[in-house]
Each structure stands twice: as structure tokens, then as C-alpha cells.
Design a protein around this ligand. Structure first.
Ligand code: CO
Length: 209
């Protein structure tokens, strides 16, 4: 890829924006007020704004390998805290995707070097749900299910964060777990019962005011 291609695209994008609204960049630079925090995978095929049909300014985005909400990952924790306390987002979405390379790697019982501590988070999801996953004979279906369960567990990791619990208790934020079906392009809502999960985890993680 010729890197100049990107700058040519950028020039064209600027022209297109200005053609529809000559004040576009003045408005864009005046501030952001996104209603949605999207936590997704870094996978190049799952581009957040494009699959959701959202424009610049409409979604606060955090992406990492396999859409993980790590307990001691200062990056994710800061993004979530900022989105809740300063942007006052109304929705947080964790979006996984089928054919996720990180999830596939986590399914191999193998030393993957620097990736080990990251993949361990997903391996722990497997361990938590080993009974269900091991009962699935078809390898592809087991892989797909781990993608879904990883989204469920990352949503649960979200509601373990004190600021998220507090906003949730006030009814200020709702949490959604989605999966992108790459073969059709469709976003699938896993319809996770956050209220039930919250009640369950509060026995141990009751941190919100
Ligand atoms: Co992925």
C-alpha cells in the first residue's frame, strides 16, 4: 500500500464533508457529545463507525485484541471512567465478532509469549464456562460460543467497575453485548440480562453507590 493513498483519501473526504456542510469542521472541532461508548476488537474487518453507520462525534471508541475489559488494564479502565464521568454516555456496547483471532489463539493450550497475559483473560472465560463449551462437539460452534461468552464476561467485567455500577444504579447507563457476524455483516444483540448479572455479581462486587 502506498501511504500517500491515505492522504489523497483524506483530501477527498474533506471535500465531500465541506460540499454538504461548509461549517462541518468548525462544528466538529467545537466539542464531542457521543451517546455511546463502543468497546470492540482491533480486528481490521470490524470498523466500529462504519458497521454502525455512525459519523465522527457520535461514538467514543475503544478497541483492543478480542474486546477485553481487563481489570488492571489502565487503558480500558480510563476510557470507561472518562466515558461515564465526563462524556455521560447513555450506552456502553461490548462488541465481539465471529472468526476472532484472539479468541482462536486463546483456545490453543500453547505458550504465545507476550500475548499470554492478555489471552489469559479469554482463557479464564473458557475455564468459567468449560462445562458448556466442552459439551459442544463441533469445533466451529465451540469457537463461536466462546466469542459470545467472552462478550458476556466482558460485560460482567464492565459492571464490576465502581463508576459503571453507580451510573447503572441511577439508570444513567445501559450495557449491551453484541456480536458482529462477519459472513453476513449483521450485528447480533446477545440480549444479555444485565440486571440478572448485576444481582449475581453484587454478592461479591457491590461497589457502586
Ligand atoms: Co477479534
Amino acid at each position: 500500500m502506498d501511504i500517500n493513498y491515505i492522504f489523497k483519501n483524506n483530501e477527498r473526504w474533506i471535500e465531500e464533508r465541506l460540499a454538504t456542510d461548509s461549517d462541518y469542521f468548525n462544528k466538529l472541532s467545537s466539542g464531542q457529545n457521543p451517546q455511546l461508548l463502543y468497546i470492540g476488537c482491533s480486528d481490521s474487518r470490524v470498523s466500529a463507525e462504519e458497521i454502525m453507520g455512525l459519523k465522527p462525534g457520535e461514538v467514543f471508541v475503544h478497541r483492543n485484541i478480542s474486546n477485553v475489559v481487563g481489570n488492571i488494564d489502565l487503558n480500558t479502565q480510563s476510557v470507561v471512567d472518562f466515558a461515564i464521568k465526563h462524556l455521560n454516555v447513555a450506552h456502553i456496547v461490548v462488541c465481539g465478532h465471529y472468526q476472532c483471532g484472539g479468541v482462536k489463539a486463546a483456545m490453543q493450550a500453547k505458550d504465545l509469549g507476550l500475548l499470554n497475559p492478555w489471552l489469559r483473560i479469554i482463557r479464564d472465560v473458557y475455564r468459567l464456562h468449560a462445562k458448556e463449551l466442552n459439551s459442544i462437539e463441533d469445533d466451529e460452534k465451540r469457537y463461536d460460543r466462546l466469542v459470545e461468552l467472552n462478550v458476556v464476561e466482558q460485560c460482567i467485567n464492565l459492571i464490576k467497575i465502581a463508576s459503571v455500577q453507580e451510573a447503572y444504579n441511577k439508570g444513567a447507563v445501559t450495557i449491551h453485548g453484541w456480536v458482529m457476524h462477519l459472513k453476513s455483516g449483521r450485528l447480533i444483540d446477545l440480549n444479555i440480562d444485565i440486571e440478572k448479572e448485576m444481582k449475581h455479581i453484587k454478592e461479591v462486587y457491590n461497589l457502586g453507590k
